[in-house]
Design a protein around this ligand. Structure first.
Ligand SMILES: Nc1ncnc2c1ncn2[C@@H]1O[C@H](COP(=O)(O)OP(=O)(O)OP(=O)(O)O)[C@@H](O)[C@H]1O
Ligand SMILES: [Mg+2]
Length: 254
């Protein structure tokens, strides 16, 4: 049975795409069959994996019902992938029929058991795409930057998670909050640490003990069409992501 994980935070630039990229490559190098799905119209995950996202079928075609998920699969070094691009930005207007929350879940139903892990990247928003990613998922990982401003405004994501659980996917879990772009010199202030803990409480989850340190290589890797793990395996962020991927593999975040 596959484990379907959505990486989400409505705040931009908190490391969602980087986390997806790292999980896809780490879980695959551990011998798992992995499918990555990009639900962000920015298309960054596909781009960062070295794909040409402007050509070929995308998740937009799949959600529209023009092609099956199987037909939209692309083979990458770390498994399979369904790309996204800017065409997906009309989703909110176009996907307006009843049952629109289930488009992704239904679309991957036929192929999901071919994989050990399915990793879904989401846009910095709470919209119909995010809801589709929550409805299709078993669990959520919420990356956050450990800065006070970045931690504010969590009530909206909580409302979205709660309503998806109530109406569409009662078994959805929040696996953890993952602190990213962590810098030791910055020192986690007591306030930030407490606030992250409070947010975790509100979301019924924990702040995972593994933090992802800042590494310059993270910003460089996409330009080489490579994941951070293959581009700079010895970078701090790669070491941290490997440790985190093991936790994801084991389903244990403490
Ligand atoms: N551990 C890290 N160390 C250094 N830079 C990082 C780290 N993680 C992410 N970044 C950088 O921060 C920026 C945002 O990261 P990323 O694209 O993963 O965030 P995101 O949450 O997916 O953003 P968006 O909301 O726009 O989709 C990128 O330039 C990325 O290279
Ligand atoms: Mg992103």
């Amino acid at each position: 049975m596959s484990k379907i994980i959505t990486v989400t935070n409505q705040k931009g630039g908190v490391g969602k795409t980087t986390t997806c990229n790292a999980l896809i490559s780490c879980l695959s190098s551990m011998g798992n069959k992995v499918l990555g799905i990009d639900l962000d119209p920015q298309g960054s995950l596909g781009f960062s994996l070295g794909l040409d996202i402007e050509s070929g079928f995308t998740i937009y075609d799949v959600l529209k019902g023009n092609v099956t998920a199987k037909e939209a699969l692309r083979s990458i070094d770390c498994g399979d992938f369904i790309a996204s691009n800017i065409l997906l930005s009309t989703a909110e207007l176009e996907f307006n029929r009843s049952g629109r929350e289930f488009l992704l879940r239904d679309a991957i139903n036929d192929i999901k058991d071919n994989y050990d892990f399915i990793i879904i990247d989401t846009p910095p928003a709470l919209n119909i795409l995010t809801v589709n990613a929550y409805v299709a998922a078993d669990s959520l990982i919420v990356p956050m930057v450990p800065e006070i401003l970045s931690l504010l405004g969590i009530s909206q994501i909580k409302e979205t998670i709660d309503s998806v659980k109530k109406f569409f996917n009662p078994s959805l879990e929040v696996s953890c909050i993952l602190l990213t772009k962590y810098n030791k010199r910055m020192m986690l202030t007591k306030e930030v640490e407490e606030m992250a803990g409070q947010i975790a409480d509100q979301l019924g989850t924990i702040v995972v003990s593994t933090k992802i340190r800042s590494s310059v290589a993270v910003a460089e890797a996409p330009a080489h069409g490579q994941g951070i793990l293959s581009y700079a395996p010895k970078a701090n962020a790669s070491i941290d992501y490997s440790a985190f991927a093991k936790m994801v593999y084991l389903g244990r975040f403490k």
